[in-house]
Design a protein around this ligand. Structure first.
Ligand SMILES: [Zn+2]
Ligand SMILES: [Zn+2]
Length: 60
């Protein structure tokens, strides 16, 4: 057994929330190009963080 501990820390991209502002609408949930709800985030303004894939933590 090795002792390589898997250190984890809060994801710096989303600050541990697991979500980040939608890059398509900038977090507004509104798609200005389309004039309606943003497809990418379904109007929530948040998308799953692509750094931690929604877990909120990354291995250090
Ligand atoms: Zn969006
Ligand atoms: Zn993250």
């Amino acid at each position: 057994m090795s002792n390589d501990v898997n250190y984890i820390k809060d994801c710096p991209k989303c600050n541990g929330s697991g979500e980040m502002d939608c890059p398509s609408c900038g977090g507004s949930g509104y798609d200005y190009m389309d004039g309606g709800q943003c497809d990418r985030c379904d109007g929530t303004g948040d998308v799953t963080c692509n750094r931690c894939h929604g877990s909120g933590v990354v291995s250090a």
